[in-house]
Design a protein around this ligand. Structure first.
Ligand code: IMP
Length: 190
């Protein structure tokens, strides 16, 4: 079975390919000839996942799924949330985003945060949403080199390691995206 994932993010593709059974061939936007920057203009994580999935289905005619993720920090009233990618500016730099976050939380004892991923699946004319959440804390300095985005500053609940210190398998077991993808796989019964 072929399934289009509405993303060109190599890290996300790698994580999801790793988790899906071999019977599923995952196609990226590049693979289907979509080189456009899909607008992410909704003001919720769900809304952006739906925008991306609908863009591909309407313009390219494929059944597909898209994900959108946000980091919600309690002491920042849920920010950066839906704005996580551009938290420190339009260049969407992971390094700058982490620096800004660590500066904002400097000296703040409340480090609680969560990652939330919503997957929107367009399949045979219907739309289905899957949500994965992981609670954790923001560290006071970066640790680890694996993963991407905010991984070096996020420790999932129950572990004294950041996401950037975990293998792909370990991250998939615990992570927001891993949990949402697991629901997608269960739904597809594959
Ligand atoms: P989006 O889902 O690509 O819009 O991601 C929004 C922001 O969250 C980007 O800055 C990503 O780098 C970051 N992000 C998404 N997923 C993860 C993750 O699994 N770990 C750390 N950061 C992530």
């Amino acid at each position: 079975m072929k399934l289009v994932f509405a993303s060109n993010n190599k890290n996300k593709l790698q994580e999801i390919r790793h988790q899906l059974p071999e019977s599923i061939e995952l196609l990226s936007l590049e693979d289907i000839g979509c080189f456009e920057d899909i607008p992410e203009t909704a003001d919720t994580i769900e809304g952006n996942a739906i925008l991306k999935a609908d863009y591909v289905t309407k313009r390219f005619g494929y059944d597909c799924f898209a994900d959108d993720t946000g980091l919600e920090v309690d002491a920042l009233n849920g920010a950066p949330g839906v704005y996580s990618a551009r938290y420190a500016g339009e260049e969407k730099s992971a390094e700058a985003n982490m620096e800004k976050l660590l500066t904002e939380l400097d000296g703040n004892p409340n480090r609680n945060a969560n990652f939330k991923t919503v997957i929107a699946l367009n399949l045979k004319g219907g739309q289905h949403l899957f949500t994965g959440i992981v609670n954790g804390t923001i560290t006071s300095e970066k640790a680890g080199t694996a993963g991407f985005g905010y991984d070096p500053v996020f420790k999932p609940e129950g572990l004294d390691l950041t996401f950037a210190q975990l293998s792909l398998d370990e991250k998939a077991q615990l992570s927001h995206r891993g949990r949402a993808v697991k629901q997608l796989i269960d739904f597809l019964k594959i």
